[in-house]
Ligand binder design. Sequence first.
Ligand code: ADP
Ligand code: MG
Length: 567
Amino acid sequence: MKTAQDLRTLLQSIDHKSYPAYKSTQGIYRFPGYLLSIDHVQGDPFASPSRVSIHIDGKTAGFPTELYDTRPKRTALQDHLTRLFYGEIDRFNFRAKGSGKSGLLSVSRCGQEILERSACTLNPADGSLILRMQIGFPAGGRTIHSGELIRILYDFLPDCVNDSLLYKNLDKKKCQEVRALCEDQEFIRAQLRERGLAAFVANGSILPRLSGVSERPMKKAVPFVSPASLEISMKLPNRGAIKGMGLKKGITLIVGGGFHGKSTLLKALERGVYNHIAGDGREFVITDSSAVKLRAEDSRSISNVDISLFINHLPGGRGTGSFSTEDASGSTSQAANVIEGIEAGTSLFLIDEDTSATNFMIRDGLMQKVVADREEPITPFISRVRSLYEQAGISSIIVAGSSGSYFHTADTVIQMKEYLPFDITENAKAIAASWGGAVTPAGDFRIPDFRRCPRPAEGLRNQDRLKIKVLGREGIQINRSSTDLRYLEQLADGEQLAALAYLLVYASRHLMNGQRTLTEIVDALEQRMDREGLASLTDSSYLASDLCRPRRQEIFACFNRCRELRF
Ligand code: ADP
Ligand code: MG
């Protein structure tokens, strides 16, 4: 094994040489307390920065097993360490001067959600730790300034590692708080299953965000208070007693005047599939982890989806048992989203009328009189929502501000008033009954056959040249084909999009053979991530410094939107 001194000697010998000489530093070096691995060296000062990882053995890292003995706790600890390390290196960023990205130091930036990332991984078998980061190797023009890199690697990085990755130097109380919060959150998730709940929102939760561009909690927001009739209490293992709104499975309707907080509540529920950090305000907003936000998505592509439950006898006698289009309408896209959501194993749909196709959601009595049912291809969601729950076990939480049609079929009706929820179920149902106009349910909910076997088009299978690009939060691009993911509102982090791109490439190279169903393929991908981690998705491991694990539901959704797959 080469030593830190070997690297220093090498760096001194290439000072002032031309940039590519940095390539010779690739390798693993023993530093006091850890191994420094230079995994990939950038080609020039303007290219994306070099990838470096820090490997600490279990004894040196020293984390007590109770901090990582379950997957969620391990994820929470890794997340905590990534944040601490981020805080450390931020102080030194770009302190080394030079051209291009000289002196840039970076590690994944964590947001409000606690997510599994390749940036920091703790091996549960022996407690060893890997931290993956990027460093812009310094240069003046294209001339190596290795003195600056020596300062980073020998004066600065060891302190960062010591202060943020070794248990003995950390704030132990804080580490225990991270563990305790995670245990409490997981306890609530288990309670949802045990008590037949779709979601829980604790009293005192802060649901609104600071602004349209900040996910931080709003200051001076009205804290959440459950209506008395829906209030339940739990005894969390660490925090003790907690009260809040328990939303039962079934059909829940959220109504209320414009600007009274309906969408804000729904958004909090959408994100409740993830755990949140302390201070977020949504720490104890916990939703069924399989929940899927359902919305209209004009112009998405659909490949071979049976949408006949919702759309039938299209003009020209076109069938819908195996529906494909390169350019879906609002209603066909939302119908496909329901069917694909079921295929992805959801047991809860979240729907906001703001982002739904009206003709998919409802069809009122007057319209039925004027345009006969047989001339209307659409069976609206309202005619299926009850049997979707009773026959397929899938609940719905629906925000509706303008249509009263769902009152008849809802199990629970919540009205948002001045940002606070009120249980108006009885009153709403009584008025609806006397008003009349209940929609007749549209017969049995027959779950479609999910034996769709995707095949990748040439562009994805091409073995040699592969260009992967993440287009911010908008989508991913593989070679020349892009997949639009902007409407997957439950993607919480750009690094999840990067991981989706690698999952897509990995699956099309190794799993998609026209024989395996989409479900079998996603199962295999999840097993691989469970066993070997996110880093195993990329052929060249250096690329794996910044991936974040997406949920199963988003893997399905991404594959279903990829125009390079034929089902
Ligand atoms: P709706 O969907 O009912 O029209 P929104 O959920 O979009 O209403 O909320 C309207 C506005 O009120 C948003 O700007 C939101 O940030 C704010 N808001 C929502 N909930 C709260 C709250 N609990 N306290 C303060 N402001 C809130
Ligand atoms: Mg709204």
